[in-house]
Write a protein of this length. Sequence first.
Lengths: 142, 164
Amino acid sequence: MSQDRPLNNLDEVARRLRSLEPAGRIDRDRVMYLAGRQSAGAKHWAWPAATGLAGAVAAVLAVLLAMRPDATVTPVVARPPTADHPTARDLVDITRPFSQFRLQQELLGGLSHDRAETRLHTGSDALRPRDFSVLSRDGVKL
Amino acid sequence: MSVISPERLGELLDRHGPALVLLARQWTAGPEDVVQEALVRLAGQRPPPDQPAAWLFRAVRNAAISAGRSEGRRRKRETAVARERSWFLPTEDKSLDAAAATEALAGLPVEMREIIVAHLWGELTFDEIAQMTGQSKSAAHRHYQAGLAALRERLSGLCPKIDP
């Protein structure tokens, strides 16, 4: 005899008891609402986690800012120039007149005035000029 | 990961809600709250349990026992008052009065009551009842038979139409 089957003389008692409907009702709408919130709330854990992480980082930065040492001022003592430590002014002969012609002579060295002006204007003096002329067997430009 | 569908949850609520309330009533004065909480917890289970009905009865039983333990003397008085109310809806059947059934059932030890409620109204098998109560299937069946026999004795005095 199966254990799931009650004894015959108790079947009637069981049947009559089963015919009774238990009292007490659950608020169906409230349960479904809360269940929906529960199932949806579990999905969106990323935003609370991101908020918590950002809050923790902000707290750590605030602590570091509060514990940061005060800015120290290092005094710099200006000493008068000496023979061992001359100033830049001492190295330049400011008594000589400075002119564009002198600059051309020193930097461009022998270029004509017009060509030097062009190079200074375009900046092409920084490039090495290339000669694409064709030479003969004797080395004469053709 | 999937969750239990609202349709399935509503079906479980409609089919087992009253039995779950009756089961929780064996330990606590607020059975509806316990059942509602268990249903909401079921909605958050990922993945949902393979046997949601058995899971619900187990969850309700554990929560009701816990709630009953945490209820103080005041709640015990409320529980006694609640027992005075019928556990069943009024019925047209004259052979078994709802109040008499409540009185007879309440007089049984809780170990028998929970098994009778789970099997008769919860439609749980003795395997599922054994898992729920943590005892063997044969022990669950023995308690059920003994409880039913005790109910027959009690109801025969309260309802003369039931012969012992």
